[in-house]
Design a protein around this ligand. Structure first.
Ligand code: SF4
Length: 288
């Protein structure tokens, strides 16, 4: 006996239209992450009316899960208008944010108006200096911690998400413990989306190139040696992730989902979103 959700999944799959969509509401952000691929380009932002129209089209296609992201979505003055409209249209909302603007009052508004099924907040290290080296914003790790506390106080599920780099690979266990102490999940994401020095005007762009060059290839079990004959960043990363996996469920690969959904590569989910949106484009043009 198919549930209503299974029927909807089957219907959308057969029509090649998406179950979920990810909406980048703005390029603007209050952080300046050295690796950011979604930088302000001077392009015109969508107006509230244009966004409402796009939401209506997505609802017409039976999209169920809608992720609001940016840039930093909460910097948009009309964010709550957009969230309200999205809820009226029946979307189950997710919000991706850096958490910087979420104080107690903001967390209450998020609960009352958006009522998301979950929030995802980026974290780049367990130590302020590690996190803030990438965000280039002093105090930003403490803001993440405070944001999680405020959201959890409202009963909102929070996933911390950590893109792994050579800077934070030795802090995975500490980040995991931090997430536990905050009653949040944590996802370690080995998928990185480098864009050649688009944030050249921000400090740290050169550092981002180094990060990409030495990314831990944890999911491939790299065992390479560094230039000095010692363990390479790849090998160190593999060991750090290996220790984490042992702690969580006693073995496996970095792309496995842990027993409590704590660990994910994120890659598969992204591929599904891209394929789904391709289907949406085709439908929109009356193709296929
Ligand atoms: S938080 Fe960092 S990675 Fe995310 S949009 Fe802002 S600058 Fe880019």
């Amino acid at each position: 006996m198919e549930t209503a959700l299974q029927k909807l999944v089957t219907k959308n799959w057969n029509r090649a239209v998406p179950m979920s969509a990810l909406f980048e509401l703005t390029f603007v952000c209050n952080h300046a992450c050295s690796f950011c691929y979604n930088c302000p380009t001077g392009q015109k932002e969508m107006t509230t009316a244009e966004i409402f129209e796009a939401l209506r089209k997505l609802a017409d296609f039976n999209v169920l899960y809608l992720t609001l992201t940016g840039g930093e979505p909460l910097v948009r003055k009309d964010f709550f208008e957009i969230a309200r409209r999205a809820r009226e249209l029946g979307f189950a909302l997710r919000i991706y944010t850096n958490g910087y603007l979420i104080d107690e009052a903001m967390a209450k508004r998020i609960k009352e108006i958006a009522n998301p099924i979950e929030m995802e907040i980026s974290i780049h290290g367990a130590k302020p200096e590690t996190h803030e080296r990438l965000t280039c914003v002093p105090g930003s790790l403490q803001r993440v911690i405070d944001a999680v506390k405020h959201l959890r106080a409202q009963g909102i599920k929070v996933n911390l998400k950590c893109p792994m780099t050579c800077d934070n690979q030795e802090e995975v266990l500490d980040m995991y413990r931090l997430a536990q102490s905050l009653e949040a999940n944590i996802i370690f994401d080995p998928v990185f989306t480098p864009v050649a020095a688009q944030r050249g005007e921000h400090q740290g762009a050169e550092g981002a190139q180094d990060d990409v060059a030495h990314l831990p290839r944890a999911d491939r079990g790299a065992q390479g040696r560094g230039r000095d004959g010692g363990p390479s960043a790849d090998a160190e990363g593999s060991r750090a992730v290996g220790r984490l996996l042992q702690l969580l469920h006693g073995g496996g690969r970095a792309s496995d989902r842990g027993p409590a959904g704590l660990l994910s590569s994120g890659g598969q989910e992204r591929r599904v979103q891209v394929e789904g949106l391709r289907g949406l484009e085709s439908e929109d043009r009356g193709v296929g």
